[in-house]
Design a binder for this molecule. Structure first.
Ligand code: NAP
Length: 405
């Protein structure tokens, strides 16, 4: 696609990257087919003279920071974007111009259409729950990483399991590294790739609550699966106590836990996508034991012995966390995915969805996103709820969150 010729006097959409959320992983720059994405020591930015709105960069971005747009009369230059610490607010004059055009006409703009399409593909725009604590983000980057010490590396899956999934504990000593449940951190594997470039930063969800893996300790935990040929996962899974790790972040400003004890939370995950939900559960267990809000977990794995935290999860009381496991490869049993378990327990899901204090979180394999969405639609159909309308409303209220890779 060639770059569209834009009339610079008429308001039009400009593609921007949110510097507060971007983890500087270089994925967008690698993906962009027209070299519109570039960076300096401070920021990754989109050159308005080169971007052709192909949207190739949207889906691979691990944080969604790439999916930002402003109506502008005169585009922000690359130099201006390099200097930002946060995105500028929408300029009033351009909003007025857009308002004069009318919503319908503005939606007709090609860029607006493409953006709507990107949002649909990305599962919609998320905002943080209204009651969530304010996260700290981007305190450390590749040129100024935090240095963490490994204080634990424990295999989570049974010895006979196919997958080697590990619980890794990182201690930050005297360095300030505040995280909230649901946030992620970046890991910089040492060495270079086959082209001699430093390895890309890899993102992992924090699996512990904000107070630390151990309350009061300045540490956090990760849930990491060793992937065949995975540079970072093999590096992390092979770490020994006392090893030092370069860490960037923290990242993530929307996939956060509601701090309201009356909030109900439905958590749906596969495999290591369970990491943030361990943090959510521990937060409630330690700080809000008598919370009136309920928590429900749908957790998919091949077999019980492949399910991270299987043992400890059995000990979490049902009153704190209602658990539904879905196993896809148990001999003699039908293949069951999380979306199948949701349908089998449709009444429970419907009760949660009818409550306007309910939040939904999905984390794990990209492939489960559509299956779970269809399960919600079926459950709602049976309960007389308009799922499409409810999902839109929940997103707008910071009650529907997706983090899939
Ligand atoms: P996995 O072991 O490969 O799969 C877990 C289960 O999901 C299996 O039972 C699998 O069934 C099932 N599954 C496969 N396709 C599915 C679909 N379309 N719908 C529903 N279930 C499906 O999982 P994993 O390798 O741990 O993957 C976890 C994902 O979470 C990764 O994509 C990872 O990037 C992401 N994640 C990780 C973290 C982290 O901090 N480590 C954080 C957030 C997200 P079958 O294999 O039998 O088909």
């Amino acid at each position: 696609m060639n770059a569209p010729v834009l009339n610079t006097t008429a308001p039009h959409k400009q593609h921007l990257i949110d510097p507060e959320i971007c983890i500087r992983c270089n994925t967008c720059e690698e993906t962009c087919p027209v070299d519109a994405v570039t960076h300096d020591d401070n920021n990754y930015v989109v050159d308005p003279d080169k971007c052709n709105f192909c949207l190739d960069c949207i889906a691979p971005c691990p944080t969604g920071s790439i999916d930002n747009w402003r109506m502008v009369g005169k585009p922000y230059t690359v130099a201006e974007q390099f200097s930002w610490n946060e995105l500028p607010v929408q300029e009033q004059i351009e909003l007025n111009a857009a308002a004069e055009k009318g919503d319908g006409e503005a939606e007709d703009d090609e860029a607006a259409r493409l953006i709507a399409q990107a949002h649909q593909g990305a599962g919609g725009k998320s905002i943080a729950p209204a009651s969530a604590s304010k996260p700290k983000i981007n305190l450390y980057n590749r040129s100024k990483p935090a240095l963490a010490t490994v204080t634990g590396n424990l295999r989570l899956t049974a010895a006979e399991a196919d997958n080697d999934v590990r619980h890794i504990i990182l201690d930050f000593g005297a360095q300030v590294f505040p995280v909230l449940e649901g946030q992620s951190i970046g890991i910089v594997a040492p060495g270079t790739d086959k082209d001699g470039k430093p390895h890309n930063i890899r993102l992992y969800s924090v699996a512990s609550p904000r107070e630390g893996e151990k309350t009061g300790a300045n540490n956090l935990s990760l849930t990491v699966k060793r992937e065949p040929n995975g540079v970072c996962s093999n590096y992390l899974c092979g770490l020994k106590k006392g090893d030092q790790v370069q860490v960037t972040g923290p990242f993530g400003a929307t996939f956060l836990m509601p701090d309201d004890p009356s909030a109900n939370i439905i958590m749906i995950c596969t495999g290591t996508g369970s990491a943030p939900f361990r943090g959510f559960t521990e937060r409630r267990r330690r700080n809000m034991k008598d919370a009136p809000g309920r928590m429900m977990l749908y957790f998919g794995a091949r077999r019980p012995e492949e399910l991270p935290y299987f043992g400890p999860l059995q000990k979490v009381p049902d009153g704190l966390l209602r658990k539904h496991f879905a196993y896809s490869r148990v001999a003699g049993e039908p293949k069951t995915y999380v979306q199948d378990r949701m349908r089998q327990t449709a009444d429970e899901v419907a009760v949660f969805l009818k409550n306007d204090r309910t939040h939904v979180y999905l984390c794990g394999l990209k492939g489960m996103e559509s299956g779970v969405d269809e399960a919600f639609a079926d459950i709602c159909r049976g309960a007389g709820i308009d799922w499409s309308g409810l999902r839109t409303q929940m997103r707008a209220q910071g009650r529907y969150h997706v983090e899939t890779y």
